[in-house]
Design a protein around this ligand. Structure first.
Ligand code: DCS
Length: 283
């Protein structure tokens, strides 16, 4: 049986009692984070917790704990569940109140829910790569917020899965933005391209680590959106996320990228990324 965090207490999962009028349930009015656990400890926890509080600010939601207390709550949850290699999912909603679109007035306490799960590193996909499908990005214009509203992302991922693809490469017209639950990168002429961290994408924590890795391995970075028109001019393509880490994308819309095998820069980045994980775990 697993232990979950519900507001400020650790309880057995069947004891949770979510209201039908929780604004997360009714409106997707809340935010979330997914944090990786390696060897029992959270990876880049500070960055994830900072981003959670930034998302909260952007939707005018108040989390009634200091970041240090929040960090300790996540830590206790991981310890209670004895997670080794896995993840923490945490969401915060604007609370419980009779259904009306505007914020509750007077305001109500937010509802925090968090649980852990063992999740293996996707070693096979990391080695062999995955395929993707291009899907028009019809989401809202605040993709920088890690909002619980994921309908656009869900529909895009399903469209990719319907075609036997692992991920959707989202594009607004000719402009490639990101994946349905990942960031996207291409390598062309020995330069890495990825969409700048604007309101059109989520500024991934993995993305930030990857940009540091690029510097370490001497791969120049241009934070400029790739275009659909020159998609197949890229020698390499890959995606990143907390759970997926770095996955080579070897086919898009059934056509190979480069040689159709994971590229050498991608492999080097995976090694640099892994070295950082190992260093953090050993610290
Ligand atoms: N873009 C979107 C739309 C995402 O949902 C995610 C992560 C990312 C980029 C990558 O961000 P991180 O590197 O910080 O993970 N999505 C999380 C999710 O929903 N499941 O796992 C990760």
């Amino acid at each position: 049986m697993s232990i979950i965090l519900w507001n400020n207490q650790l309880i057995n999962e069947e004891e949770i009692n979510i209201s039908k009028e929780d604004r997360g349930y009714q409106f997707g009015d809340g935010i979330y984070e997914v944090i990786r656990v390696y060897d029992g400890s959270m990876y880049t926890a500070k960055e994830h917790i900072d981003r959670l509080y930034e998302s909260a600010d952007k939707i005018r939601l108040i989390i009634p704990h200091t970041k240090d207390v929040f960090h300790k709550m996540m830590y206790d949850l991981i310890e209670a569940n004895e997670v080794v290699t896995g993840q923490v999912y945490v969401q915060v909603t604007r609370g419980v109140s009779a259904r009306q679109h505007q914020f509750p007035s007077p305001s109500v306490e937010c509802v925090i829910t968090a649980y852990t799960k063992e999740v293996a590193r996707p070693v096979t996909q990391m080695a062999n790569g995955v395929s993707a499908k291009t899907v028009e990005d019809v989401r809202w214009l605040r993709c920088d917020i890690k909002s619980l509203n994921l309908l656009g992302n869900v529909l895009a991922k399903q469209e990719a899965h319907d075609e036997g693809c692992f991920e959707a490469v989202l594009h607004r017209g000719d402009v490639i933005t990101e994946g349905s639950s990942s960031n996207m990168y291409g390598v062309r002429g020995g330069v890495l391209y990825t969409h700048p961290a604007t309101n059109y994408i989520l500024n991934g924590i993995t993305r930030r680590v990857i940009l540091e890795c690029c510097e370490e391995i001497g791969l120049p970075v241009v934070e400029e959106a790739m275009s659909l028109t020159n998609l197949y001019d890229h020698e390499e393509f890959f995606m990143s996320s907390t759970t997926a880490e770095i996955l080579p994308i070897i086919m898009i819309d059934r056509k190979p990228i480069g040689t159709g095998l994971p590229g050498s820069w991608t492999t080097k980045l995976q090694a640099a990324f892994e070295a950082k994980i190992n260093k953090a775990v050993l610290a």
